[in-house]
Design a binder for this molecule. Structure first.
Ligand SMILES: *Cc1c(COP(=O)(O)O)cnc(C)c1O
Length: 422
């Protein structure tokens, strides 16, 4: 390796000792998730810059080589460095290493947004003329991409109900299916797919399984260990966790992530270093936040279910949820989003929403601030009432992302707002 030259403290090759080495612990022993959230990707082998404790934001668009020999060493994998900003930066790579460890993945790719991860994954893995299977409840932009854009590329799309395994088998038998892709839990009805069963059925036919685990986070669900080949996140939500940055992540099988990464390098959906820093910082408190989200959401869901102005609550932690037993078998917590139907229709629901004082009326979820929205008005207004009914978005549906505020303050606010429902 070429001489780094200069002050050894600033040399890129002067790396942090790994945590395992410092503790004398066996390397293969996986750290507990809260420890991994804090230290993963940041204690083994990262460049040491000015002895900073945190992984720095390196504000550069390109990287230099000392001479041609070093560049050739880089090209052939003998010298580790960076080449050009579109291919990643030290902060985004630390994020990738952290999420990779949290998901128990072989590899991870972080990108500029969740939708960038979704579209890059589908475009690079599914060939023209290929076929995918997805589920009926889903983030609306993902649905839009699969149903309006993929067919233009001659990709067929079968939409099944979240746990209709017969329909899945039928789709696999009648098409050459490349990929099964579903959220679990889904947006906004928190439907859960049986990841081990679906993976078994898909793998028998050579189809890969990708789970959008945004609502669960790696703290509540280890999608890869359950059988999926890939796990996807809108890291904008719980992973970053503070409603202040957009990012996406895709983790899982090395060969599949490599294909997506190659395409991603062409498309240019890189996450910028500052956004990556916010994501890295957010993940450090993920375990603490998710614990609070889980506990508060469970409590609010139970209380809402007993409230006379509420018709129905959708939360996988409740026995009344259609996928409660699946959720119990594959999740260690049920997350911070609770959806519910306010007694009446659109106008009654608006009377409730317009009187909440603590949550912001806003799209998105997974942050420290509680956010509340009516999907019919927020994301699906342009569809009109008939199309909404057709795709199952109820007029009186509320999606509530419960923040980390005091649960009694949240409940008190909901109760006073429900008093305005006629
Ligand atoms: C928000 C969201 C996305 C899209 O992610 P962005 O970061 O907003 O691009 C995809 N899937 C799910 C389940 C989401 O909630």
């Amino acid at each position: 390796m070429p001489d780094s030259g200069g002050d050894s403290k600033l040399a890129a090759k002067d790396v942090e000792a790994s945590l395992a080495h410092q503790n004398g612990a066996p390397k293969q022993q996986p750290a507990k998730l809260s420890t991994t959230a804090v230290h993963g990707g940041e204690r083994g082998g990262r460049p040491r810059v000015a002895d900073a404790l945190t992984t720095p934001i390196v504000q550069t668009s390109t990287y230099h080589f000392r001479n041609t020999a070093e560049l050739i060493d880089y090209n052939e994998g003998r010298f580790e460095s960076y080449e050009y900003g579109r291919y990643g930066n030290p902060t985004s790579q630390a994020c990738e290493a952290k999420i990779k460890e949290l998901e128990g993945a072989e590899d991870c790719l972080v990108s500029a947004s969740g939708m960038n991860a979704v579209t890059s994954m589908l475009l690079s893995l599914v060939p023209s003329g290929g076929h995918i299977v997805t589920t009926s409840d889903c983030y609306w932009r993902t649905r839009q991409f699969m149903q309006n854009f993929l067919p233009k590329m001659n990709v067929g799309v079968s939409v099944i109900k979240p746990n209709d395994l017969e329909a899945l088998q039928q789709a696999l038998d009648s098409h050459n299916v490349t990929l099964f892709f579903s959220e679990s839990p889904t947006n906004p009805y928190l439907r859960c797919v049986d990841i081990p069963a679906i993976s078994r059925i898909c793998h028998a036919k050579g189809a890969a399984v990708c789970i959008d685990s945004t609502f669960a986070t790696p703290m509540n669900q280890q999608a890869l260990a359950l059988g999926a080949d890939l796990v996807l996140h809108s890291a904008t939500k719980y992973l970053a966790g503070h409603n202040d940055v957009l990012a996406g992540a895709l983790a899982g099988r090395k060969d599949l992530v490599a294909k997506v990464r190659e395409f991603h390098h062409i498309m240019g959906g890189v996450v910028d270093p500052h956004a990556a820093y916010l994501l890295l910082r957010g993940i450090k408190t993920l375990q603490l936040r998710v614990e609070r989200h889980n506990a508060s959401a469970m409590e609010i869901a139970r209380r809402l279910e007993a409230h006379p102005k509420i018709d129905r609550v959708w939360y996988p932690g409740l026995a009344s949820h259609p996928d409660h037993s699946i959720a119990k078998s594959q999740m260690s917590g049920f997350g911070g989003v609770v959806s519910f139907e306010v007694r009446g229709g659109l106008n009654e629901c608006i009377s409730f929403i317009d009187n909440v004082k603590l949550p912001y009326i806003a799209p998105s979820l997974g942050g420290v601030e509680s956010l509340i929205e009516m999907p019919a008005v927020q994301s699906y207004w342009g569809f009109g009432p008939e199309k909404r009914a057709q795709i199952g978005i109820k007029e009186n549906l509320v999606r509530f992302s419960i923040g980390i505020e005091d649960v009694e303050d949240i409940w008190e606010d909901l109760v006073q707002a429900l008093e305005h429902v006629p």
